[in-house]
Write a new protein. Structure first.
Length: 388
């Protein structure tokens, strides 16, 4: 019999997962429409909780940030994205607190984590960066420790872990602005968003009782996990391609690149992960050879993932999980078609945004398949409770 906390977490995790998926899509829209630096400060936008609207507010904003004149058609996108992220953060905090509630010390740790997050943001706004970093580290570390030690089934721990991840995700959002779209940070922000979605989706699946009655599908687990690892690497390559503005480095040629099978490339410069601070990376700083190398690496990764996940979809279907195999195959083919369309049509905004969204869908199909291979259990059934 499922307890009341699980019923609440089941509904909340489902809502949060759907919301996180929408946030991933909207974040991609913001990034791909070049609105990532449209609010030059954080977490405010030109010093406002919303964004300047009145003429005198716009004039004041332009005077305060002459290096970044106000653009209304972009600023609202960035600030709305931040507001949505904050809303999701509140929902995930509620999940973490409910999951840890019966463990008093751990519940206090979650509350303290939220408190330190607020303190870190406040200190950052007052330009006290050293203490802000220390407070933020505690804000991440406390719920992380709770997630690792909580004597509850996996969905409960994932609910708390998602809170630690989303705090780190907020820091990445801050660094995206303050480090002027530094590629490693932008890529990390994308991965953080998808990690948050994955944890919430996994929680929702397990709270809903997705699983098997026995171990008949246990042999599939390792191959599905490998599929998840390959997909994560490919998503990271996609984030690196986008953050370095290399999506059209091969022009509109496919499968060739700039009319050649192997154009001039510079893989060394293309994959330098850490570059100097203080440079504005908006629009990219790499030359064509380095960007071409990134684009080619992304295409090679896509081929590897396509072959493996195509084989995995067939294997899953043959093993008796036909709907899951079909779902993996359909999402995989759609994703490849969107990737090719990105190149062929010159990166249309809606296609590029959909490419990010279908990556999340493909991730979900693999997570659902993995959950289906594990024993079904009511993740809400309490284990031995303690007050420590």
């Amino acid at each position: 019999m499922t307890d009341r906390s699980t019923l609440v977490l089941r509904r909340l995790s489902l809502l949060a997962a759907v919301f996180a998926f929408g946030l991933v899509m909207f974040g991609a829209f913001v990034r791909l429409s070049n609105a990532g630096l449209s609010c030059p400060d954080w977490p405010t936008c030109y010093g406002k909780a919303t964004w300047p609207t009145a003429p005198h507010e716009v004039a004041k904003a332009d005077a305060a940030f002459p290096q970044r004149p106000f653009e209304d058609n972009k600023a609202w996108r960035e600030q709305v994205h931040r507001m949505l992220a904050g809303t999701l953060g509140c929902a995930v905090f509620a999940m973490a607190l409910i999951a840890a509630w019966r463990q008093r010390a751990r519940a206090v740790a979650v509350l303290l984590g939220a408190g330190f997050a607020v303190v870190g943001i406040t200190l950052y706004m007052h330009h006290d960066f050293l203490w802000s970093t220390a407070a933020s580290a505690l804000a991440i570390g406390l719920p992380l420790a709770v997630a690792l030690t909580l004597p509850r089934p996996g969905a409960w721990r994932a609910s708390v872990l998602a809170f630690a991840v989303i705090i780190f995700q907020a820091m990445l959002g801050m660094w995206t602005v303050t480090l002027l779209l530094k590629p490693i940070v932008v890529m990390g922000h994308l991965l953080g968003g998808l990690t948050t979605f994955a944890l919430l989706a996994w929680s929702a699946l397990r709270y809903a009782g997705v699983g098997a009655d026995d171990d008949r599908y246990a042999g599939l687990r390792r191959v599905v996990v490998l599929g998840l690892v390959l997909l994560a690497v490919q998503i990271a390559l996609g984030g690196w391609t986008s953050s370095n503005y290399a999506a059209l480095a091969c022009g509109t040629d496919f499968p060739k690149c700039l009319g050649q099978w192997m154009p001039p490339t510079d893989f060394h410069q293309g994959f330098v992960l850490w570059r100097e601070i203080g440079v504005n990376y908006e629009g990219g700083v790499l030359d064509l050879a380095a960007r071409s190398a990134i684009q080619i690496a992304h295409r090679i990764g896509a081929l590897v993932v396509f072959c493996y996940l195509g084989w995995l979809a067939h294997k899953v279907a043959r093993a008796g999980l036909r709907p899951f195999g079909i779902a993996i195959g359909a999402a995989l083919v759609t994703q490849v078609l969107l990737g090719v369309s990105n190149v062929h049509f010159g990166l249309p905004l809606w296609v590029a945004t959909a490419h990010n969204g279908v990556a999340a869908v493909l991730l979900f199909t693999l997570l659902a398949t993995l959950a289906r291979t594990q024993r079904r259990r009511v993740d809400g059934l309490p284990l031995v409770e303690s007050t420590g």
